[in-house]
Ligand binder design. Structure first.
Ligand SMILES: NC(=O)c1ccc[n+]([C@@H]2O[C@H](COP(=O)([O-])OP(=O)(O)OC[C@H]3O[C@@H](n4cnc5c(N)ncnc54)[C@H](OP(=O)(O)O)[C@@H]3O)[C@@H](O)[C@H]2O)c1
Length: 307
C-alpha cells in the first residue's frame, strides 16, 4: 500500500510517500480502505517525538489517528462489521506505528463507529478525534442544559465541534476566536469574543454573573482567566494545559470511544452538528497539511484525501 511514513522523529520534512506492506488484521480489528484521514495537531507533535515519554513508538512510523473509510476485511471475531461497511474511527492503538495516513489501516472495533450518512468522507474523517475530545471534555465538566459555557479556541478543530455539542445540549456558549472567525462562530451557535488582553472583561460584558463551565482547547494560560470567570461551583477542563489539575480543574486526554462516536454521528445525522473543513490535501502532500496545522489557524478540520 501507499503510505506516508518516517524512519525518525523530526519536522514534516522527514516524511516520505512510499510503499509499505499492507497491515495485518488482529482478531478484534477490521481492515479499512481509507477514503480520508483527519489531520490533528497531535500528529505533528508525535512526529516531533513529544509523545515518546508516554507511548512506545516503532519505525517506520505512519502518522495519523483519524479515519473515514470502507471495511475491506474483518478479523476472525468481529460480529459488529461486514466487508463494505462505511466506518469512522479515532484509531489510537496502544503503540504508535501503523497510523491512518495510508491507503489501508487496521483498526480495533473499540475505536470505530458507523459513518454518519449526512457527512462527506472528508467531513467524516475530521470528526472522530476532535469530536470525541470535545464530547469527553463536556462530559468531564458535567455540562448541562441551561448553563453558560466559555469555549477557548472555538474556531479550531476541537472548538468548532465543542460549540455544536454544547449548543445541542442546550447550553449558552461564548467562544473565543480572532475577529475573522466571529461570523463562523455565530453560524455554529456561539457568541464570539476576541481572545487576548481584556478577555475577562469582554466575557463579563456578555455574562455578568460568570460562566458555569470553561473548556480550554488552546492552552497557554487560559485556565487562570477561566477560573476568574467561573461562578461558584463552576468547572473547568483543559486539553492543552498540564497544570490544570493542580489548579483544581480536569485534564482530558481523548480516549477511543465507540459509543460517543456513534452519538456524534447521530448528532450530525439529526442536523445538529456539522464538520467545517478548513483545507483538503492529497495523501502525498501530508507534509503540507501538517505545516498548515502547525500554523495554528485552522477553521475547523484539515483533511487528507486518500482514495
Ligand atoms: N488532550 C487531548 O486529548 C487533545 C485532543 C485534541 C487536541 N488537543 C490539543 O488541543 C489544541 C487544539 O487542538 P485543535 O485540533 O482544535 O487545534 P487547531 O484546529 O489547530 O486550532 C486552531 C484554532 O486555534 C485558534 N487559536 C489559536 N490561538 C488561540 C488563542 N490564543 N485563543 C483562542 N483561539 C486560538 C485559532 O483561531 P484564530 O485563527 O481565530 O486565532 C484556530 O481556529 C492543540 O494543542 C492540540 O494538540 C489535545
Amino acid at each position: 500500500m501507499k503510505a506516508i511514513s518516517t524512519e525518525r522523529y523530526g519536522d514534516p520534512e522527514v516524511l516520505t510517500y512510499t510503499d509499505l506492506p499492507d497491515p495485518k488484521v488482529a482478531p478484534d480489528s477490521v481492515l479499512i480502505r481509507v477514503r480520508a484521514a483527519g489531520v490533528n495537531p497531535v500528529d505533528w507533535k508525535a512526529l516531533a517525538g513529544y509523545l515518546d515519554p508516554m507511548l512506545n513508538v516503532h519505525f517506520p512510523l505512519i502518522p495519523g489517528w483519524d479515519v473515514a473509510g470502507v471495511v475491506e476485511a474483518v478479523g476472525v471475531d468481529v460480529p459488529e462489521y461486514e466487508v463494505g461497511d462505511e466506518v469512522i474511527g479515532y484509531v489510537r492503538k496502544d503503540d504508535l506505528q501503523h497510523g491512518t495516513y495510508a491507503e489501508l489501516v487496521a483498526a480495533p472495533v473499540r475505536t470505530l463507529a458507523r459513518k454518519p450518512a449526512s457527512l462527506s468522507w472528508q467531513q467524516a474523517a475530521g470528526l472522530p478525534l476532535a469530536g470525541l475530545t470535545a464530547y469527553q471534555a463536556a462530559d468531564r465538566v458535567g455540562a448541562e442544559a441551561g448553563e453558560t459555557a466559555l469555549v477557548h479556541a472555538a474556531a479550531g478543530g476541537v472548538g468548532s465541534l465543542g460549540v455544536q455539542i454544547l449548543v445541542a445540549r442546550g447550553l449558552r456558549v461564548i467562544g473565543t476566536a480572532s475577529e475573522r472567525n466571529h461570523d463562523f462562530l455565530r453560524s455554529l451557535g456561539a457568541e464570539p469574543v476576541t481572545y487576548g488582553d481584556g478577555l475577562a472583561d469582554r466575557v463579563r460584558a456578555l455574562a455578568p454573573d460568570g460562566v458555569d463551565v470553561a473548556l480550554d482547547f488552546v492552552g497557554g494560560g487560559v485556565v487562570d482567566v477561566s477560573q476568574e470567570l467561573l461562578k461558584d461551583r463552576g468547572r473547568v477542563a483543559s486539553i492543552a494545559d498540564g497544570e490544570v489539575k493542580e489548579k483544581g480543574g480536569h485534564l482530558v486526554w481523548v480516549r477511543p470511544d465507540s459509543d460517543r462516536l456513534t452519538a456524534l454521528g447521530a448528532l450530525a445525522d439529526a442536523g445538529k452538528l456539522t464538520v467545517a473543513v478548513d483545507a483538503v490535501y492529497p495523501l502525498s502532500e501530508a507534509p503540507e497539511a501538517l505545516r498548515r496545522s502547525m500554523a495554528g489557524r485552522a477553521r475547523g478540520k484539515i483533511v487528507l484525501e486518500v482514495s
